[in-house]
Design a protein around this ligand. Sequence first.
Ligand SMILES: [Zn+2]
Length: 419
Amino acid sequence: MYGLELLKKGIIWRIGSGSQVRIWRDPWIPRGRSLRVTSRQGRCRLRWVSELLDIDGKDWDFDKLARLFNPADADAIAKIKLPARVSEDFLAWHPEKTGLFSVSSAYNLGLSLQNDQTQEASSEAADGERKIWGLVWNGLKLCREALPTRRAKFIRKMETSALCTLCDREAETGFHATVACPQAKCLRKAMREHWHLPEERLFEYTGPVWLLLLLDICSEEQRDLVKLLLWKAWAVHNNITHQSGPLSILESVHSLLALQAPLSLSRFGDGQVSGWKPPPQGYYKVNVDGSYVAQIGEAGVGVIIRDSLGGVILTAWRVVFRCSGAVEAEARACVEGLRLAAQWAQGPVILESDCARIVGTLQKKEDSWSIVQVKRECNSVANNLAHLARRNVHSAVWLGQAPACATVLIKSDCNLPSS
Ligand SMILES: [Zn+2]
């Protein structure tokens, strides 16, 4: 790519009033890859960037962004700082911070465009997840106290009392409804059984931007979970206050787990988490996991057997009735894994479990098999299958294949040694 063509690729609109920049056609989104919106326009009638601003024209209308764009676009747009004073839109040269054109930055842009063509396709795929991300995104509104809490309404003189209708203890702020209210605390406690959330002491009110500060200390993965959790807490809170239809904590837990599954897939897809490692040539690796929820006594086990090339020999999951605890669920998973391995794997076997107690008990030298304890993130497929079994009260063995919910995970999870 040379000359004018390349120059065009690096030119970007800097937003002032937004009234001269076309949302769907112009380059105006400052980021590494496409400077244009990647979301599909669909039936959206909006044409000018100025139509994406809030009433004052001083900030973005975040609701609109979440509704119209895929997460990548919405996120990038939200990051664009709008000028404090009224100003015109103007054209700049994107690859240089100063906005002025230089030859070396044009050269670098040319190089990176060559490498980036594959990446654009993946942002298309993100489109399908727009709905979930829209929900997560809405969680961010908490920061701005934009949720219609009683306190916010009270300030605007719409309601007579600002106290939380659920607990009657505190003003119903965004923080109270999603973090401090007993209802929210219950949900958080229940989710800790499934998710690795930040420590409880970190869920504190540190000022108007408490959510930003909280998210800031989270790992990448925790960040999504916290956003989902708070969003759900808010939905539950709202449901009870306005529709007098209390959702059970259990229902909330289930719906959160269901929402989280595709999110964790996309995280793994980013290649940020180190995953499963294939066994040496000629070996089979059996990953097993048990899933157990104490409050309801539900349990399930998941098994996946793979060869040294990462090929799936089988996937299996089984619901477990009358299970006494998490360790029993893990033990049953091991038994199930070994049973299936004896039947279907023609060679020495390595069993992987993330349960320290089981591995400790079983670990002794054997010729034909060995057992290894691995971290949770190296055991994600078996974990996924165990949840599947428990959630759906279902059991199955699939030879040479895996259910749809696990295939993406299997693909991204596999760390074949590069040769
Ligand atoms: Zn309350």
